[in-house]
Design a protein around this ligand. Structure first.
Ligand code: NAD
Length: 463
């Protein structure tokens, strides 16, 4: 068969373009651009290559991202803590290892088929193209890597506008992802970011006709911005997860599970227990367990007031307190405690500012409820309609069922620490983008796809 000159020229052009894309832009900053338009253009070129790759080739890139994340877990954890001054290194290492092992890849993409007399129809999940993603300070590299694995697995590339306060860590992760892609035979710029992201660069991203899907992981401001953009948006917003404990719970275990979840990475995960609602019948016993067995410090009324003034300033949440450990927080109000103090507890009404607000630090207010009905009502109030996460410690399946229906959250963990929801000590996959506001729930490769119907009429049914 004669090969046309035009075809040869096209192939050569494509190979050269791929070689150009694969060239490192600078030694340590692969995929990092000075302006948003250039970042989007580079991601668009890379997406054309990724989309043509076989699933097996994409999976090779993803395996290499997993391997590099494992190798760099400690480095990424240290960078995150150094730069953001939030969280702790051992738990951030675990978070990176978890995401490397349990973030779904191409196997997550699903096909639905109808086969019958009139042929075969498939619905397959195809890429959007270039995705614009906004990432938080609380899990910076975790979110960048987790989003990238899912988005590349589904044939997309991604442009990040990371939180400026976590830019070094986020961009290190972006470079690492591109290095992994190039090493595995893929293009550079499968993930792109900016040297200096701003609200203006995020606005350019939201308005760009080359971005077909936006994914926002952060507080209410960014989710609202993305959902007001006129584009399809996935909104992974704030939570204030209550942990309800009823009279049928194993109180000792409940106390330890709640403190383990609440103190994980100094309470930074959006799913982490932020307050307890306990029925009166076990409330004193629970408080006793928290203080005597679980390393909790019982704050006096005066200390609660000092903490409130320190943590919640007239301008809002004091970011210097977010993600700090209990000992540091107590030190800020002049209280010295030994190293084994992990969490600060006190009893208060649900309206107490340290209970009603999402603080992201190991302060656990305990709200007493007269019975399960009262507990359910108070817990639903405390979740503020975020529909994000809630937890319960109970052996009464009727209570659990009623709670699940009433609180209606993307995540509900029963009788375990909150992190079981991410596959850590529980079944299921991992994500750091939980689409609470828009309802996709725990995002994965399949979430970042368009449904496409492919119809063959009157053939290929072999039944
Ligand atoms: P944040 O809202 O301050 O910042 C998140 C991102 O949004 C950053 O990149 C920031 O620069 C950007 N941003 C903020 N306002 C914006 C606007 N108006 N337009 C465009 N971009 C904007 O959040 P944070 O402090 O970094 O993270 C903590 C918050 O994120 C908490 O509320 C937590 O619950 C939430 N969170 C949710 C999830 C989830 O999966 N649902 C995961 C992690 C964090």
């Amino acid at each position: 068969m004669a090969v046309s000159e035009q075809l040869i020229q096209d192939v050569v052009k494509e190979v050269l373009a791929k070689m150009e894309l694969s060239k490192p832009q600078s030694s340590a900053q692969l995929g990092i651009f000075d302006d948003m338009k250039s970042a989007i253009a580079a991601a668009k070129e890379a997406q054309k290559v990724i989309h043509r790759m076989s699933l097996d080739q994409r999976e090779k890139i993803i395996s290499n991202i997993r391997r590099k994340t494992m190798e760099n877990a400690e480095l990424l954890a240290r960078m995150g803590v150094d730069e953001t001054k939030m969280g702790n290194v051992p738990h951030k290492i675990l978070k990176h290892q978890l995401l490397a092992e349990k973030t779904p890849g191409t196997e997550d993409l699903k096909t639905v088929a109808w086969s019958g007399d009139r042929g075969l129809t498939l619905v397959e999940e195809g890429p959007f193209g270039v995705i614009g993603a906004i990432t938080p300070t609380t899990n910076p590299s975790e979110t960048v890597i987790c989003n990238s694995i899912g988005m590349i697995a589904s044939g997309n590339t991604v442009v990040f506008n990371p939180h400026p306060k976590a830019i070094r860590t986020s961009n290190f992760a972006v470079s690492m992802i591109n290095e992994a892609s190039i090493e595995a035979g893929g293009p550079a710029n499968v993930a792109c970011s900016l040297a200096k992201p701003t609200l203006e660069s995020s606005d350019i991203m939201m308005k760009s006709s080359d971005i077909s899907l936006l994914v926002a992981t952060g507080g209410p401001g960014v989710v609202t911005a993305v959902l007001s953009s006129g584009k399809r948006g996935i909104g992974a917003g704030a939570g204030n997860p209550p942990a309800l404990v009823d009279e049928t719970a194993d109180v000792k275990k409940a106390a330890m599970d709640i403190v383990n979840g609440c103190t994980f990475d100094n309470n930074l995960p959006c799913i982490a227990e932020k307050e307890i609602v306990a029925v009166d019948a076990i409330c004193d016993e629970l408080m006793h367990e928290l203080v005597t067995e679980c390393g909790c410090y019982l704050a006096s009324k005066e200390e609660q007031d000092k903490l409130t003034r320190t943590v919640l300033t007239p301008k809002g949440l004091n970011r210097d307190c977010v993600g700090k450990d209990a000992k540091t927080l107590l030190g800020m109000i002049g209280v010295t405690v030994p190293d084994n103090i992990r969490c600060i507890v006190f009893e208060g009404p649900k309206e107490h500012p340290l209970i009603a607000e999402e603080l992201m630090m190991p302060i656990l207010g305990v709200v007493r409820a007269k019975d399960f009905d009262d507990a359910l009502e108070q817990a639903v109030w405390l979740e503020h309609g975020n529909r994000h996460s809630a937890h319960i410690h109970s052996k009464n399946i009727d209570n659990i069922t009623r709670y699940a229906k009433a609180i209606d959250t993307a995540i509900l963990v029963k009788n375990a620490p909150s992190y079981a929801a991410l596959g850590f000590g529980g079944e299921g996959y991992c994500t750091f983008t939980i689409a609470s506001r828009t309802g996709e729930g725990l995002t994965s490769a399949s979430t970042f796809t368009k449904k496409r119907r492919c119809v063959m009429a009157d053939s290929l049914c072999i039944r």
